[in-house]
Design a protein around this ligand. Structure first.
Ligand code: 13P
Length: 251
């Protein structure tokens, strides 16, 4: 069976002390998760949070972004090597907030994916449509284009390192979750698109997460869908008890 993941995206929240306390509270309460648990902590917190999960194979650590160049004069940016040196093994790339507020486009994200993979970081690659695209009914084509433009240059071996997170923009931070049927439909469409490019075997092994107002109350229903392999969780990942409930909702 393909790997399930529950990843928390803390976004720009928590101090280091708060982040460490949150991670500790989760680690203490989770014993044998049915998938990998990943903390998407702010870059400043990674080193400290990595100590709270050290040696625990059930947990991973993600940066929320990395720059597409290896190093250099890019004031304020964070490199893949920096993330690795702080203990991260994953990196969230292409989050819709990065696309919207920091003008990350598909071509730039392809470069970020390349660099992350070349360094051994596992990308959690985000895709998802805005509301007007969903209303027009062209969401499958829109998301397929995002995947094609940023991922389909990869070799099969490289692609196997990617987890995809489907995050419909209209569901992020809005309290308006995609229904489990809407999530399943899109996840299946993504898996079919991956299958057309990389074959059935790779598609069946690809982890596809749902993100967008996933919470303690709706996670089990979403995760019960056959093509939903876990979640990328924003707001609810900041509350240890809620996040643990979500982790325990994995099938
Ligand atoms: P919310 O869970 O707060 O809607 O955020 C989802 C998200 O953007 C995760 O990356």
């Amino acid at each position: 069976m393909r790997q399930q993941i529950v990843a928390g995206n803390w976004k720009m929240n928590t101090t280091i002390a708060e982040g460490v306390a949150l991670a500790k509270a989760v680690v203490e309460k989770v014993e044998n998760p049915r998938g990998k648990v990943v903390f998407g902590a702010p870059a400043t917190h990674l080193d400290a949070v990595s100590r709270t999960i050290a040696g625990n194979q059930h947990f991973g650590l993600a940066g929320q972004n990395c720059h597409q160049e290896e190093k250099g004069a890019y004031t304020g940016e964070i490199s893949a090597d920096m993330l690795l040196s702080a203990g991260a093994d994953y990196v969230i790339l292409g989050h819709s907030e990065r696309r919207q507020y920091f003008k990350e486009d598909n071509a730039m994200l392809a470069k970020k994916v390349n660099l992350a993979l070349s360094k051994g970081l596992k990308p959690i690659f985000c895709c998802g449509e805005p509301l007007n695209i969903r209303e027009k009914g062209s969401h499958v084509a829109y998301v397929s284009r995002q995947l094609k433009a940023s991922l389909y240059h990869l070799t099969e071996e490289q692609f196997r390192q990617i987890a995809i997170a489907y995050e419909p923009i209209w569901a992020i931070g809005t309290g308006k979750t995609a229904s489990s049927a809407q999530a399943q439909d899109m996840h299946l469409a993504i898996r079919k698109a991956v299958s057309r490019k990389y074959g059935k075997k790779v598609a069946n092994a690809t982890t596809i997460l749902y993100g967008g107002s996933c919470n303690a109350a709706n996670a089990a229903e979403l995760f019960s869908q056959p093509d939903v392999d876990g979640g990328l969780i924003g707001g609810a990942s900041l509350k240890a008890d809620d996040f643990v409930t979500i982790i325990n909702a994995l099938k």
